[in-house]
Ligand binder design. Structure first.
Ligand code: GSH
Length: 281
């Protein structure tokens, strides 16, 4: 059925779909509530979506390298319940989206997952080279991810998986773009081990939870539809990154769905991982 837009759009009906209850055309808090604060230097408010996982992976990678200053409390922020609209959350991210971080050592608030990765890479001096060429190549791919992933998530994923009905036009449009993006990555990874060259960087940490998850069949249940096995280099890269212990830990943090052996709803100590029930064979 064709839609004829009115002269002026008004917010008078739910638009249907997966996120209908939390979508609003206005910014700002919906309720007063302070954020909890734990004892570690870094306080993270997040959920294990691809954007959230970028940050928990980065923090676990830093801890694996032995940086005690990267110890963190990860508070589950249930976006389906509208927790991103509390007054405390809006104070640290006026855009009301997870993830958001507070560095209690200097009072910095950091929002936007790309900004958080950059902040942590600079604070701990790792996963981002000082060499101008290597650093720029890493930032090229980090910004590429941040420009591209909304087409995958808000475009392809939304219409393929979350929209109230399957509409051919947007599914075609965003499938074309998602496959083009996979091909961009595949051609780049044919030449090099990691996105920016020989070293694992924040560009890989940002991209693997999106396009790595996609080719591993972990996102939108779309692996067959997108014929992901053809992107051989992306698959090789994703397998290598998913095998990293810190990546595996980071994926579990703030996860509140799926198998109990693969989730840690909140993380306040390194030893919290020891209490996750083991998977049954
Ligand atoms: N560009 C932002 C996107 C963050 C984002 O879209 N977060 C989603 C979850 S992946 C969210 O909080 N959605 C809740 C909402 O839209 O109300 C980033 O990279 O941090």
């Amino acid at each position: 059925m064709t839609y004829t837009p009115p002269k002026v759009w008004t917010w008078d009906a739910e638009n249907g779909g997966h996120f209908a209850k939390i979508n609003r055309p206005i910014a700002g808090p919906t309720h007063e509530k302070e954020l909890p604060v734990g004892q570690h230097p870094l306080q993270l408010y997040s959920q294990s979506t691809p954007n959230g996982v970028k940050v928990t992976v980065m923090l676990e990678e830093l801890l694996a390298l032995g940086h005690p200053g990267a110890e963190y409390d990860a508070w589950l922020t249930k976006i389906g319940d509208g927790m991103q609209f509390s007054s405390g959350f809006v104070d640290i991210n006026p855009n009301s989206k997870i993830p958001a971080l507070v560095d209690t050592t200097n009072g910095c608030r950091v929002f936007e997952s790309g900004a958080i990765l950059l902040y942590l890479a600079e604070k701990f001096n790792v996963f981002l080279s000082h060499d101008i060429k290597e650093r720029t190549e890493t930032l090229n791919w980090l910004f590429w991810l941040h420009g591209s992933a909304p087409y995958l998530g808000g475009g392809f994923g939304h219409f393929f998986s979350y929209a109230p009905e399957k509409f051919e036009y947007p599914i075609n449009r965003f499938t074309m773009e998602a496959k083009r993006q996979l091909d961009v990555l595949d051609q780049n990874l044919a030449e090099r081990q990691f996105l920016a060259g020989d070293n694992y960087t924040i560009a890989d940490i940002a991209t693997a939870p999106w396009y790595g998850a996609l080719v591993k069949g972990l996102l939108y249940n779309a692996a067959e539809f997108l014929d992901v096995t053809r992107y051989k280099n992306v698959n090789r890269w994703a397998n290598e990154i998913y095998a990293r212990p810190a990546f595996q830990k980071g994926r579990m943090v703030n996860r509140n769905h799926g198998k109990s052996s693969e989730r840690l709803e909140e993380r306040h100590n390194a030893s919290d991982f020891d209490n996750i029930p083991k998977a049954c064979d």
